[in-house]
Structures are given as C-alpha cells and as structure tokens.
Design a protein around this ligand. Structure first.
Ligand code: ADE
Ligand code: ZN
Length: 326
C-alpha cells in the first residue's frame, strides 16, 4: 500500500501503449467533424457509455470502429502529439509506442499517412516534451500471415524509423506460431520483437512468442503465473513483462484491482513494468495506473521505484541513455 508520501511521478519508460487507444471520446468527435465521418453515437456521453467491456473482443470492436475518424497524416500526428503531452505529465521520459497499420490500410488509408503522421510527432518529442521515442508497428493476429508480411514490407520500405515489430489484437485462437516467418524477417532486418501473449491466451502462447517469434518482451503475460516452468524461464532470462493493470480490470482479465497479480509477479522475481495499454478506453494514463495500483495493492515506495527502474531496463534504449535514466 502507498504511504501517501511519495505518489509523485517517477521518471519512467512506457513500453505498452497503443496510439489508437489514446483517442479520447472528445477527440473522436473532433476528428469525425474534421473528416466528415458519421459516428453511430449522438454525443460524447453516448460514446463513453459504451466503455463497459465484457472481454478483449468487445473492446476491440469499438477500438477499430473509432479508428474510422483517422484519415490523414495530420490526424495521426495530432493523436500522437496529444499522447506525448499527456505522457510527459505522467512522468514518461521514454516511450516505445504501438501502432496498428493494417487497421488503417484495410479501410483505404495509405500506409504513408499513418507512418508519416505518427513519425513526425515522435521525431519532435525530444525537443517538445523531453521524451525519447520508438515506434513498434503491430501485426494484427486475427488477420493472415500474408497480410502481416505485406504490412512489414511496406513499413521497411517507408523509410520511417521503426524500433521493432509487435503482435496484438484478438489473442485466443490466434497463436504466435502463425507469424513465425514474419518475425524471422523482422529479426533479419534488425528490428526488436515483442508480442502480446498471456493476456487472455494460455501460457503456451507465451512459450511460442519466446521460442518461435524471438520475443524480447512479453506484453501483458499475466497468465504466465499459471506455469511455474515458464515463470522460472522468464525470471532466469530477465524477460520483461509489460503489465497493464487498469486494462486487465476493464477487460475482465482480472476481477478486481485489489486481486491484481502484479505484487506476486514482483515477489517471484519477474521483471515487470506498469503501462497504460489503451488509456482513453481503460480509465487512465501511466500515472493513473500507478495511483490506482498503489491504492488497491501492496506496492510500497521501494516497489514503485523498482517498477520505474524496470521500465528503463526493459526498454530498447542504448546503454548510455539507460544509465542516464537509471
Ligand atoms: N490492441 C489494443 N489493445 C490491445 C490489447 N489490450 N490486447 C490486444 N490487442 C490490443
Ligand atoms: Zn496492448
């Protein structure tokens, strides 16, 4: 439990953040007006009333639907800039952020609009917000491996700096193994590799992400605790898990924040970090996640400092910048 003395923001890296999940309801309405997109909700309140999710898929349905308001590079740049401004307030000094290119190209938005817009805002972040950044496009695992390879090709050809490749969207029934060739290609091109696994899916998907995709970090990974051998491996290799407490509650992965396994994950020696996932949908940004977690769970000041240090260690920053931040 927090002592209440230090709920101050600690300089942290945010490593699990979907840019499209930062679209606030008011922004969705502004973009809809800008781009003359008709929304199936009368107003912000009616939209916000739909943020009561039964599971990951029910969230994804709304998340993808709201992306219809994003059309131009300027829209993507504005969305990214708004996140960075809010992240700076949350104490984020480095952000490795996800984007879902296939969700945009599938509805007729050119890949360049996505990458140029996001890329320009990220490039300005060090001077504007004092935040260093990296971009991680994600493979949508509920689409084909061929579609994923086309996306990766386009990203590599774009010339926009990219830090790594991720894997997200509907997990159950879409195992990492399907995307082995795509992640092999990403590795051969020198990209880092991360994957959502063990959010709703079983520990077997975490094993696959490690063994078949070469994942260097596991996004979520909370279900790893069901497999002692897997926990031992993650601890031994110091493979970071990017945990998202408010997301887990809102998507009913965990019933109650007070029962969140993060304190147990720390006790078992896992390298865990706290992140906000889709903050506009799940009730808050990185600082909100930390505040809620500390109010509900046994996270003292030393554990909060460990989480902040883990986030820097788990980042793909080079050694010099890491040492500067640690
Ligand atoms: N895409 C955006 N948020 C996600 C999540 N929590 N899990 C899987 N895919 C996602
Ligand atoms: Zn996520």
């Amino acid at each position: 439990m927090s002592t209440g003395v230090v709920d101050a923001v600690l300089p942290s890296a945010e490593l699990h953040l979907h840019l499209e999940g930062t679209l606030e309801p008011s922004t969705i309405f502004e973009l809809a007006e800008r781009n003359r997109v008709r929304l199936p909700y009368a107003d912000v309140d009616e939209l916000a009333a739909r943020y009561d999710f039964a599971d990951l898929q029910s969230f994804l349905d709304l998340y993808y639907a709201n992306m219809a308001t994003l059309r131009t590079a300027q829209d993507f740049a504005d969305m990214t800039d708004a996140y960075l401004a809010r992240a700076a307030v949350a104490g984020v000094v480095h952000a490795e952020v996800f984007v879902d290119p296939q969700a945009h190209t599938a509805r007729g938005v050119a890949l360049e609009e996505v990458l140029d817009g996001v890329g320009s805002a990220l490039a300005a972040a060090p001077s504007v917000y004092g935040i260093t950044t990296g971009l991680i496009p994600c493979v949508l695992r509920d689409r084909s491996a061929a579609d994923a390879m086309t996306m990766l090709d386009g990203v590599l050809r774009s010339g926009v700096p990219v830090l790594g490749l991720g894997l997200d969207s509907a997990e159950v029934g879409n195992p990492p193994s399907v995307f082995r060739d795509v992640f092999d290609r990403a590795g051969a091109e020198g990209l880092h590799r991360v994957a959502h696994a063990g959010e709703e899916g079983p520990p077997a998907y975490v094993w696959e992400a490690l063994d078949l995709l070469g994942a260097e970090r596991i996004d979520h990974g909370v279900r790893s605790l069901e497999d002692d051998e897997l926990v031992a491996r993650l601890v031994r290799q110091r493979t970071p898990l990017t945990v998202c407490p408010l997301s887990n509650v809102r998507l009913r992965v965990i019933d109650d924040l007070a029962d969140h396994p993060l304190p147990e994950m720390i006790r078992r020696g896992l390298v865990v970090t706290v992140n906000s996932d889709d903050p506009a949908y799940f009730g808050g940004y990185l600082d909100d996640n930390m505040t809620a977690l500390r109010a509900a769970c046994d996270i003292d000041d030393a554990a909060a400092e460990l989480l902040a240090r883990n986030s820097v260690e788990a980042s793909f920053l080079d050694g010099d910048r890491k040492r500067e931040l640690l």
